[in-house]
Design a protein around this ligand. Structure first.
Ligand code: NAD
Ligand code: UFG
Length: 347
């Protein structure tokens, strides 16, 4: 069976994708520096999968270590999640973001070319559609203006990949633009575990629900939307993971192709809170505050291309996303951090 290198495979989306790849019979090497994740997550992936996989602790900017991985394993495809993702941190420290995200990816691609591995799947983001994007977002729309270095780093990497694919027809590159990933594997053993106070809506809601945080702040309720709050295309992380499995399986495709991974449906922030309360029967205290700079009123995906070309379509409903996000948080109120000192409930 083919061996897949998953950079950033200990992270939120990476760990769910490793699980999906193992479930489809692939062998996996995870390469991660654990700067935003933990070994405990990988241990649990192996537990759920009932299979082992390789783990190398390393940085994508470390050329020698990466080269060694390609020498030690017969890698046929690289799924590349490793990178930094905080919009606010990227504004404070842009050089770090360009170093990790753009420099790191460039380094990885250079090692791949040297080792003659040409199959690459990349974690991009709906953020590349920019601040004035029409909705629904369609893949052939040009990159828009981005408000922060994180977004720009994703757009730059997409440009690098385009140039690379044009430079040599041996490359086979799939760019996946995620919309708003939420939820967790239904075991409740793995999930999203932000190190700091969450900046994203879903982990904020679940941390309020376990009373780690006192209340949710809703950033603006006077947008030109149905209920005045922003609307997003939330997608279950296992749906995303399965999209990666299909991208990996496109063995006969060459060049570069880009796909939106979303549900094609928009849900408002207020609806998310109300639906979470309905599904879990837990009240979420909230206050409406001012708009967050850079937030767009509405973002959702046109998902026609993923359906037609990848034969991929989101399967999980919003209540299921919320149930699964809640199961993970309820079983792991402090995330993976508690695992070393507290007993984990695996029931
Ligand atoms: P995450 O932080 O949970 O996972 C990223 C992983 O990469 C972590 O395990 C981290 O330790 C590792 N990493 C970071 N820099 C590294 C480096 N230099 N070398 C080796 N490993 C490194 O994030 P995630 O939510 O799983 O996101 C995965 C990818 O998807 C990222 O590239 C992110 O930008 C992209 N993405 C995420 C979202 C989202 O909302 N979560 C949306 C769109 C795109
Ligand atoms: N929100 C709140 N309160 C919070 C957190 C978020 O009201 O505490 C609102 C935001 O204002 C926004 C919505 O919830 O309207 C979603 O916010 P998120 O931060 O969860 O997600 P974003 O859509 O802002 O950003 C996400 C990823 C980015 C990615 C982008 C692509 O975090 O990495 O989607 O569309 F680039």
């Amino acid at each position: 069976m083919r061996m897949i290198l998953v950079t950033g495979g200990a992270g939120y989306i990476g760990s769910h994708t490793v699980l999906a790849l193992l479930g489809h019979g692939y062998d996996v090497v995870v390469y991660d520096n654990l700067c935003n994740s933990s070994y405990e997550c990988l241990r649990r992936v192996s537990l759920i999968a009932g299979r082992n996989f390789e783990f190398i602790e390393g940085d994508i900017r470390d050329t020698a270590k990466l080269s060694q991985v390609f020498d030690d394993f017969e890698i046929s495809c690289v799924v590349h999640f490793a990178g930094l993702k905080s919009v606010s941190e990227s504004i404070e420290n842009p050089l770090k973001y360009y170093d990790f995200n753009v420099g790191g990816t460039n380094n990885l691609l250079a090692v791949m070319r040297e080792k003659e591995v040409y199959r690459f799947v990349f974690s991009s983001s709906a953020t590349v559609y920019g601040e004035n994007a029409a909705v629904p977002c369609v893949e052939d729309m040009p990159h828009g203006d981005m408000t922060n270095p994180y977004g720009r780093s994703k757009a730059m990497i997409e440009d690098i990949l385009l140039d690379l694919a044009h430079s040599d027809e041996k490359w086979s590159i799939t760019v996946l633009r995620y919309f708003n990933p939420i939820g967790a594997h239904e075991s409740g053993l793995i999930g999203e575990d932000p190190l700091d106070v969450p900046s994203n809506l879903m982990p904020y809601i679940t941390q309020v629900a376990v009373r780690r945080l006192p209340h949710l702040q809703i950033f603006g309720n006077d947008y030109e939307t149905k209920d005045g709050t922003c609307e997003r295309d939330f997608i279950h992380v296992m749906d995303l993971a399965n999209g990666h499995v299909l991208a990996v399986a496109r063995e006969s495709e060459f060049g570069i192709d880009t796909f939106n991974l979303g549900t094609g449906k928009a849900t408002s922030v207020l609806k998310m809170v109300r639906e979470f309360e309905r599904v879990t029967q837990i009240e979420i205290p909230m206050v409406v505050v001012g708009k967050r700079q850079g937030d767009l009123p509405q973002v959702w995906a046109d998902v026609t291309k993923a359906k037609e070309v990848l034969d991929w379509e989101a399967q999980y409903s919003l209540p299921k996303m919320l149930e699964d996000a809640w199961r993970w948080q309820r079983k792991n109120p402090l995330g993976y951090r508690a695992a070393s000192s507290e007993k984990v409930d695996y029931s």
